[in-house]
Design a protein around this ligand. Structure first.
Ligand code: APR
Length: 249
């Protein structure tokens, strides 16, 4: 397999590059960038701060232990933003590709919003949790929850045991959900398509290295190179809504 010589804008090459034969299995990894054009801010880069905090300061077990009100305030605000967001042409394109490929398609997202599902995606795994679920810190059972908890007086507790309830989100320092299933799916993939992630958070950023070791074709789509750009066979510079619709068969 030849490595790319350097990133160039090559929208018109996308169909050729992404040609998926009946033998191919497509593994898609998405990050915050795919929801950017739906109005949801990415974590890093411009607009990546929340009230002057870096996400690392509010999305950790340490932050939760020190100030659960601050943490719930952050996730309540994200719930509010995500509730009014609509899937964009990038989400919709991936759902259409899944419709064509069926079980030969798998979508792993680092995003905690539900825009992929709203666009029609079904074979989807949220490796970093779900913004619209919470769980008791003791019983650990996730449940649907769209409520906003923005003051100390409204912080939720478990109906059964009275323990604090936290967002069902994988924080920095915690292990993403069901990594075994992700590795099993990646093992069978012949193409890895990564969309809109900065390649700075592991283990997600390491999936491309595993794909390389097993000879899986690797392609990145986003407006700028990710940190792990050297690992990709191809990089297509452009936004999710500019480039993904061209892939729909
Ligand atoms: N289309 C595609 N990609 C885009 C777009 C767009 N319209 N706009 C921005 N991007 C790209 C940026 O170039 C950047 O590389 O999206 C990426 C967003 O990077 P991050 O903000 O770091 O988001 P992500 O990589 O998903 O973060 C990983 O970190 O904070 C934690 O758990 C959180 O899941 C998150 C993880």
């Amino acid at each position: 397999m030849t490595k790319r010589s350097g990133p160039v804008r090559q929208d018109n090459r996308i169909k050729t590059l992404m040609h998926v034969t009946p033998q191919d299995r497509l593994f898609v990894l998405t990050g915050a960038g795919i929801s950017a054009e739906s109005g949801l801010a990415t974590f890093r880069g411009s607009g990546g701060l929340w009230n002057g905090y870096r996400v690392e300061q509010v999305a950790t077990p340490e932050a939760w232990a020190a100030d659960p009100e601050l943490v719930w305030h952050f996730y309540s605000q994200r719930r509010r933003n995500a509730i009014s967001a609509q899937p964009n042409a990038g989400h919709i394109a991936l759902a259409k590709i899944e419709h064509q490929l069926g079980d030969r398609f798998y979508l792993c997202t680092q995003n905690v919003d539900e825009l992929h599902e709203q666009a029609g995606s079904q074979r989807i795994h949220h490796m970093h949790g779900n913004l619209f679920q919470s769980r008791c810190t003791r019983c650990n059972q996730p449940f649907s929850d769209t409520a906003l908890y923005e003051t100390a007086a409204t912080l939720p507790t478990c109906d059964r045991c009275g323990s604090p309830v936290r967002p069902h989100i994988v924080w920095f320092g915690e292990i993403p959900l069901d990594m075994d299933a992700i590795y099993r799916k990646l093992e069978r993939a012949t193409v890895l398509l990564v969309v809109g992630t900065s390649g700075s958070v592991y283990p997600a950023a390491g999936l491309v290295h595993i794909a390389n070791q097993q000879g899986t074709r690797t392609i990145y789509i986003g407006p700028e190179e990710p940190l792990n750009h050297e690992a990709f066979d191809e990089i297509l510079l452009g936004t999710a809504t500019e480039l993904l619709p061209a892939l729909v068969p």
